[in-house]
Design a protein around this ligand. Structure first.
Ligand code: ZN
Length: 389
């Protein structure tokens, strides 16, 4: 195996408190040794072991590649007009998804796959090395299974979201649609997915429906995650904890009981500030969750309707500016937090044994992600030990 030492790193975020300072395990004037696809060593540059190749980071910051644990990339069509109308005063409602469903059903496999690839390249350029993505714009047995097959060509983190909204054909009989989602559609989709998700919200699926859907998915070997408490208070967060979901995503409207439930369980609270930005909605209160001891992840929710950004750095800046997170907390949540939301320990950290997925910033510190919002700071991205950007 070929080894590479990256040296002259001004600030290295390892996310391993045993290796450096604080929860980020920050090491100043650091070096990182890669052995093939994995991290072999991290520590002070003065003590770095020899390696076959030497790379000078030039006094830049290095951090784990971002882990974006929530996106909806298998789609076609464009919702510029809806965004424009919303920014002109119309409120966001869950039903806008139907526009994308129609366009997605009409698209070819090749068009959908190319669209996923385009957005993954875009995300990679911004430092994202691990990506979850969902179905949810097909809403028929064939179209949902197709979306998952296409997603699985691009990532291992594939989520069955047949329960995004009730399919338009079943609008008059939501119970029949839940039967489809938990029956034939699940049978067709389970082989292509790792996760099952449901949009638990007024206008989408209520708590009993969400419980039935996630429970059926678990019985087929899928792991639950849930769109919870985005637009209003509701049962989603407590259901997530009850079912040991890996993540409750959005968490914008939380009661004290919701926060207590998250603090007592293994469910990560994934905050998606791109959605609040793009819908002019109130921000989720990250400070309240962190102070209660909840594990918080930050992700993009990249989708054509409510959050059309693939930029984790943008979400980090929003979380620091508007959600009460410190820059250190936001960077942790966008890396180790995202990994926790996917129940992964091989990514989201740069410690020996971890995957050699890393992002180099044209800045001396990870804090610049929030300090210099909107600036394209990502200058290098390495994935499995190979520089890809
Ligand atoms: Zn979503």
């Amino acid at each position: 195996m070929t080894t590479t030492v990256i040296t002259h790193i001004a600030g290295l975020v390892t996310n391993d408190p045993a290796l450096g300072e604080g929860p980020l395990g920050l090491i100043e004037d650091a070096a990182l040794v890669l052995d093939g696809e994995t991290v072999a060593w991290a520590g002070p540059a003065s003590r770095a072991p020899d390696a076959d190749h030497r790379v000078d980071a030039g006094g830049r910051a290095v951090l784990p590649g971002f882990v974006d644990s929530h996106s909806h990339l298998v789609f076609a069509g464009d919702r510029t007009a809806e965004f424009n109308a919303r920014m002109s005063g119309q409120p966001y409602k869950a039903g806008g998804i139907r526009t994308t469903v129609a366009a997605t059903r009409a698209a070819s496999d090749a068009e959908l796959s190319a669209n996923v690839a385009r957005h993954l390249r875009e995300a990679l350029r911004q430092g994202t090395t691990t990506f979850e993505t969902k179905s949810g714009y097909g809403l028929t047995v064939e179209d949902e299974a197709r979306a998952l097959r296409i997603a699985a060509e691009h990532t291992d983190e594939v989520t069955y979201l047949g329960a995004h909204i009730v399919a338009p054909e079943h609008a008059d009989d939501p119970a029949a649609y839940v039967d489809l989602v938990t029956g034939p559609m699940l049978d067709a989709c389970a082989p292509h997915a790792r996760w099952i998700d449901v949009f638990c919200e007024k206008g989408a699926f209520d708590g009993d429906q969400a419980r039935a859907i996630l429970t059926a998915g678990k019985a087929k070997g899928l792991l639950p995650r849930i769109h919870a408490n985005q637009l209003s208070y509701g049962p989603g967060v407590q259901l997530a904890v009850e079912l040991d979901a890996a993540s409750a995503d959005h968490c914008t409207h939380l009661t004290d009981a919701d926060v207590d439930a998250l603090a007592s369980g293994n469910t990560v609270a994934t905050l998606l500030p791109g959605a609040e930005f793009s819908t002019r909605a109130p921000w989720p209160d990250a400070r309240r969750l962190l102070d209660a001891g909840v594990t918080v992840a930050l992700s993009t929710d990249c989708n054509p309707g409510s959050s059309f950004t693939s930029s984790v750095p943008f979400c980090v800046a929003l979380a620091v500016r508007d959600m009460g997170m410190t820059p250190d907390e936001a960077v942790w949540s966008a890396t180790a937090g995202g990994a926790a939301a996917l129940r992964r320990t091989d990514v989201g950290r740069l410690a020996p044994g971890a995957r050699a997925d890393l992002t180099v910033l044209d800045a001396p510190s990870h804090v610049h992600l929030a300090y210099r919002p909107g600036v394209p700071l990502v200058t290098e991205v390495w994935r499995r030990g190979v520089r890809v950007v």
